[in-house]
Design a binder for this molecule. Structure first.
Ligand SMILES: C[S@@+](CC[C@H](N)C(=O)[O-])C[C@H]1O[C@@H](n2cnc3c(N)ncnc32)[C@H](O)[C@@H]1O
Length: 227
């Protein structure tokens, strides 16, 4: 399997950047997960799971719930297995999320943090989500890089990847077109804020403090949809 994003994220895993993603995404993910009604025994899919930190949190949301994280990066999946606890009902599989080897209707919840726009074909991934969810199942998808958030538009160039930088309404339309109902979009603002300018160090993600502040102000795009 050759996937350009997997090569980038293999390298990130080797450099330990998976931990930084967990820290960076934790506040927004906590806000979204708080709203997810995971029931005992639910089957949950985490698309683009990275080191599996969110997969493990999802599995612990209800007794007997089970979560599966998938990621195209073998090194991220290896990290997820290293960090795994056998007291948690979670497992991890290396797979691209455009073509998933699970039966129709297997899952009650699909979750994804910061992964969908790496796919060259988001419509196909959304069709897969629709296939894999049971009737009444929910998708909660969070995206940091989108059209209205100008502070993220350079990310693809920095990573050497082509990202699908779509507008909020385009994302919503893709879910509606795939057959989802009750498609809602909203923004989730990281409650920790951008921090103090005195402590700021420029990076590929935030070249200056103004970019970091703008990023925080706009919030992450959250799409909630019902199968
Ligand atoms: C920005 S990281 C987010 C990881 C994790 N959700 C987190 O919050 O820490 C995006 C992840 O999506 C994965 N990914 C990108 N494109 C993918 C694809 N087509 N199929 C499966 N995983 C993919 C990458 O390997 C990477 O681990």
């Amino acid at each position: 399997m050759t996937n350009p994003a997997a090569e980038v994220f293999d390298q990130w895993a080797r450099e330990g950047k998976d931990a930084g993603m967990e820290k960076g995404h934790s506040d927004v993910v906590a806000q979204v997960m708080e709203t997810m009604e995971v029931r005992p025994g639910d089957q949950i899919l985490d698309l683009g799971c990275g080191n599996g930190w969110a997969t493990r949190l999802l599995a612990q949301k209800a007794p007997g719930a089970q979560a599966i994280g998938v990621d195209a990066s073998a090194e991220m999946i290896a990290k997820a297995e290293e960090l795994h606890s056998f007291t948690i009902r979670a497992r991890y599989e290396r797979s691209v999320f455009e073509e998933l080897d699970f039966p129709d209707g297997k899952f009650h919840r699909v979750f994804s943090m910061e992964a969908l726009y790496y796919s060259a074909n988001p419509a196909k991934v959304i069709a897969e989500m629709h296939r894999l969810l049971s009737e009444g199942g929910t998708a909660d998808i969070v995206i940091d890089c989108y059209e209205e958030r100008a502070a993220t538009h350079h990310w693809g160039g920095s990573l050497g990847l082509t990202l699908q930088v779509l507008s909020e309404s385009t994302w919503a339309q893709l879910f509606t077109d795939a057959g989802f109902s009750e498609v809602k979009t909203s923004r989730v603002v990281d409650t920790r804020g951008p921090g103090d300018e005195a402590d700021f160090t420029p990076s590929d993600t935030y070249p200056d403090f103004a970019a970091r502040s703008a990023f925080f102000e706009e919030g992450s795009l959250w799409i909630h949809a019902v199968r």
